[in-house]
Design a protein around this ligand. Sequence first.
Ligand SMILES: Nc1ncnc2c1ncn2[C@@H]1O[C@H](COP(=O)(O)OP(=O)(O)OP(=O)(O)O)[C@@H](O)[C@H]1O
Ligand SMILES: O=C(O)[C@H](O)[C@@H](O)[C@H](O)[C@H](O)CO
Length: 514
Amino acid sequence: MTSYMLGVDIGTTSTKAVLFTKKGDVIQQENIGYPLYTPDMTTAEQDPEEIFQAVLKAFSNITKQHLDKKPSFISFSSAMHSVIAMDENDQPLTACITWADNRSEAWAHKIKDELDGHEVYKRTGTPIHPMSPLSKITWIVNDHPEIATNVKKYIGIKEYIFKKFFDQYVVDYSLASSMGMLNLKNLDWDEEALRIAGVTRDQLSELVPTTKTFNNCDADLAKQIGIDPQTPFVIGASDGVLSNLGVNAIRKGEIAVTIGTSGAIRTIIDEPKTDEKGRIFCYALTEKHWVIGGPVNNGGMVLRWIRDEFASSEVETAKRLGIDAYEVLTKIAERVRPGADGLLFHPYLAGERAPLWNPDVRGSFFGLTLSHKKEHMIRAALEGVIYNLYTVFLALTECMDGPVTRIQATGGFARSDVWRQMMSDIFESEVVVPESYESSCLGACILGLYATGEIDSFEVVSEMIGNTHKHTPKADSVNEYRQLLPIFINLSRVLENEYTQIANYQRNLINAAK
Ligand SMILES: Nc1ncnc2c1ncn2[C@@H]1O[C@H](COP(=O)(O)OP(=O)(O)OP(=O)(O)O)[C@@H](O)[C@H]1O
Ligand SMILES: O=C(O)[C@H](O)[C@@H](O)[C@H](O)[C@H](O)CO
């Protein structure tokens, strides 16, 4: 048996692959990006073929450099909630409709208000929202019969990749549990949810445990990516739940906060659980491990937006210095005191899931004066992302049985010292961040070790995550944030009607342009 393992995470902006030793040391990592197509405010799609090619490239970039380090298994993580409609000839009829796509909003409302959506949520664990495949499939079936009548299967992006490698449509319990149609108690499709969506069970993939292993992959693909076709592929789970595993937030009371493009706060429990107020998701990691939490749309994408729309001179500076533009931007933010001298930013550039669950909320600066400069705006934006996550944290703790014992953070934001410190100051808690950012790939590999019988509990993760950064709250900053947070929270309550009005105005503009 070899002592290497390969973890793959099919993310929203890129596919990451990491070759690890069985002790968790990173041998090589690859990151292959692809576009997210957002032609208008409500559409967010990807080309499944572009993603498939990125997966192949990530594999082969690693294998060709490490011919002597054959992985003993490959294990998969992937973004949740994607939908691709496939035809009789197994060709896509739609793009890959991602979690960020809001076109099924009207159907999500209808399911919630008229079709007993809250009961469906309580059985399936996925909040009723346009992100959910339940809403998306309902929308396709009802509003796009020209597509729906030709659909053989509705699948997600990991199912698309597995179909290529193994010529089977299979979905793991974890990704299935984020589709809004899986009954969490019996791990089978929920008949009522299928009825609402207007699909039959044979239009969905075969359900399998997250530990299910496949051998004998397509020989041509194996050759192309430089692996033995007998290499076991562990189907794995979703990016969110694996991130908790990979960041070592696996025990009662331990919370993982992820800020990548989007963000989430989650904790692992041992039985499915939902929330009377419908704010918290519950997804499967294995049949014995469940993850509850809240997802936010507006994570690192806020800083990316600042970089792309307002920071051309900083981008130039970064190029000259040979560093990442995000580093320049976060350094600039450090020139300003915590609290950005009273400037607040509502980060709702992409509507919001938790805590507001309202696709109509919009971003804004509040408190602007002539004395505020660009650096204040950058700092306020970074703080706004964390304030928002903190409010989700408050909702999650209400649903937990005991106290929070530890906060582990992960995702691209964790590259920034100042952003990590903000989290500790706003959450008023110690925040621990592993040096390795690809926690979903590590999580996939740990699940792979469990699936192949090499370990019988997840505890090994604590020895694998390597060095960590620790941040403790600074009293001065805490004092500022305590004063500003209530204003941040109240603002979104006060603006509720105006959010709807401005969103309607924007929608009318799009409709008029069609
Ligand atoms: N050096 C840095 N300093 C601060 N923030 C950074 C830095 N590098 C990246 N980021 C932030 O991390 C984000 C990307 O994070 P990550 O690579 O985890 O996203 P992702 O994996 O593509 O997201 P998803 O899992 O949702 O697909 C960027 O949008 C940016 O906001
Ligand atoms: O736990 C999580 O991370 C969230 O629930 C997900 O909705 C992600 O935001 C989405 O999968 C994008 O990767």
